[in-house]
Design a protein around this ligand. Structure first.
Ligand SMILES: [Zn+2]
Length: 414
């Protein structure tokens, strides 16, 4: 072990609660194009083991990152600006650090609870600004198993069990049943975190002194699928302040919904189910009514259409109409023998629908091509009996002359 990596330099190993300290600057360097310092001892936690680095200040300058230098294990404090002098006065952002301590200690407990209640080992841990997750070696867990683990974890919190972190001797370590045994560590370099006699784990992070400080441990949700890793279950949870914030936010939403539905919060799910069923019925009825209306419109258009040698051509343009509705209308018109529908809508995305009855010769794709050329732009296609297209902006006059061109083309091909 290098001197830079000596546990004594990492003062947070022995005391998670000191937030103001003085130390000696033993090295100045540039890291990621920013000034940085190494201290003879530090309470700033570097990003590692799933726990993010501590923020705060050194001699008034913001600490923007804290990293472990791989070459020698030194802790590098990256700063927003240069600092002067040999002495460093450090102040750790306590709100951020304590939040990390709550989430991280809560994670130890929850991981052990999943081992006991579901025989599911924790594969990895992630602590972010918004989410806290563990990935379990389990493809799925029942709601009951999740609740049992959550229940056990919260019991350990409420018992206010002491949390101890230390470097045991080799003999002592041999007697400790670690939840997970790390590999390739020198004897005496392994730090053990014990939560009463509930959980023993190797960890370099910062933890609360007693489990009561964690507050509530609440599982938020689980995901069975994670970046194509099968056989793993991601469990998202919140501890302490984050659990309270989450509860506040959800409580406000549920209360608002209950007020909107004028019901109790416990009835909101039923109210939503009723609303959804109602909306589904409405959609169905609306679809039937629209369909009937289109039938009437098709009949009316067909009755007023010009007829030439028994061929009925229905040509009409609208300033603004839904393309799907145009298509439905064209389909209805072309269902009548010897009928051709040439319909269009103007607007930001002008659209033409050309349809003909079965048995007529002209290919509507060819007619559409000619109409789109008259429109000046647009793309489309379809079957010989129904083709549609457009896409570019056009006004009513432009759409009408495109349809007129379509009719000319059609008549020339009969
Ligand atoms: Zn830990």
């Amino acid at each position: 072990m290098t001197e830079s990596a000596a546990p004594e330099r990492r003062a947070y190993y022995f005391d998670s609660y000191t937030r103001m300290f003085t130390a000696r600057i033993v090295e100045r360097l540039t890291f990621d194009k920013r000034p940085a310092v190494v201290l003879d001892k530090t309470y700033f936690y570097p990003s590692s083991g799933g726990q993010p680095f501590d923020k705060g200040t050194i001699n008034g300058s913001q600490v923007v990152d804290v990293v472990v230098r791989p070459a020698d294990g030194a802790i590098v404090h990256v700063l927003a600006g240069e600092v002067s002098g040999e002495e460093a006065r450090g102040e750790v952002d306590w709100a951020r650090r304590f939040d990390h301590m709550q989430q991280h200690t809560g994670q130890h407990i929850l991981s052990q609870a999943f081992v006991r209640e579901a025989n599911a080992e924790t594969v990895s841990f992630h602590l972010g600004a918004d989410s806290v997750t563990i990935d379990l070696a389990a493809s799925s867990l029942s709601a009951e198993a999740l609740e049992r683990a959550e229940e056990l974890a919260n019991r350990v919190v409420m018992e206010n069990v002491p949390v101890k972190a230390w470097f045991p001797s080799e003999d002592e370590l041999a007697k400790i049943a670690l939840r997970k045994t790390p590999e390739g560590l020198e004897p005496g370099a392994l730090r053990v975190v014990a939560i009463g006699d509930f959980d023993f784990n190797a960890c370099g992070g910062t933890h609360v002194a007693c489990t009561g400080e964690i507050g509530t441990i609440k599982i938020i949700k689980t995901e069975t699928f994670r970046r194509n890793v099968s056989g793993q279950l991601r469990v998202e949870f919140r501890c302490g302040r984050r659990a309270l914030d989450d509860y506040r936010q959800k409580n406000a939403i549920v209360n608002q919904l209950a007020a909107d539905f004028t019901c109790g919060f416990w009835e909101v799910d039923q109210a939503v189910a009723r609303l959804r069923a109602e909306a589904q019925t409405n959609r169905r009825e609306l679809k039937t009514a629209r369909d009937q209306l289109l039938d009437y419109e098709a009949a009316s258009l067909a009755a007023s259409a010009s007829s030439l040698d028994g061929l009925r051509v229905i040509r009409k343009a609208w300033p603004e109409r839904d393309a799907a509705e145009l298509r439905a209308l064209a389909g209805k018109l072309a269902a009548q023998a010897n009928s051709v529908a040439l319909l269009g809508t103007a607007g930001e995305k002008a659209h033409l629908v050309l349809a003909r009855a079965e048995g007529l010769a002209p290919d509507m794709n060819v007619i559409l091509k000619s109409a789109l050329a008259a429109l000046g732009s647009g793309r489309g296609g379809g079957s010989p009996s129904l083709a549609q297209g457009g896409g570019a902006a056009a006004n009513l006059d432009q759409v009408e002359s495109a349809l007129s061109q379509a009719e000319k083309e059609l008549l020339s091909r009969l």
